[in-house]
Design a protein around this ligand. Structure first.
Ligand SMILES: [Zn+2]
Length: 82
């Protein structure tokens, strides 16, 4: 099983469609059991911007929150609110 942090690291590739099938499966398996990651996925999918408000509405571990912020920074994804 992969953890949230790995999951987020893989997300970009996931959207690009460049993941190996096996990795993709593990990722999708993780999504089924992890509300914060699903919320992130859905937000990303629908808007490609991640709204901090959305993140605040769900219980999300600090580790994941930090990983999300790094993800956004790395990929220069615009956040609606700082
Ligand atoms: Zn997760």
């Amino acid at each position: 099983m992969i953890c949230c942090k790995e999951c987020i690291d893989l997300l970009f590739d996931y959207f690009e469609g460049s993941l190996e099938q096996e990795t993709k499966n593990s990722l999708e398996e993780h999504f089924q059991d992890c509300p914060p990651c699903i919320a992130f996925l859905n937000t990303y999918k629908s808007t490609t911007t991640l709204c901090r408000e959305t993140l605040n509405q769900i219980e999300i571990p600090d580790e994941v929150r930090r990983a999300l912020q790094n993800f956004l920074k790395e990929h220069k994804i615009q956040q609606k609110k700082m």
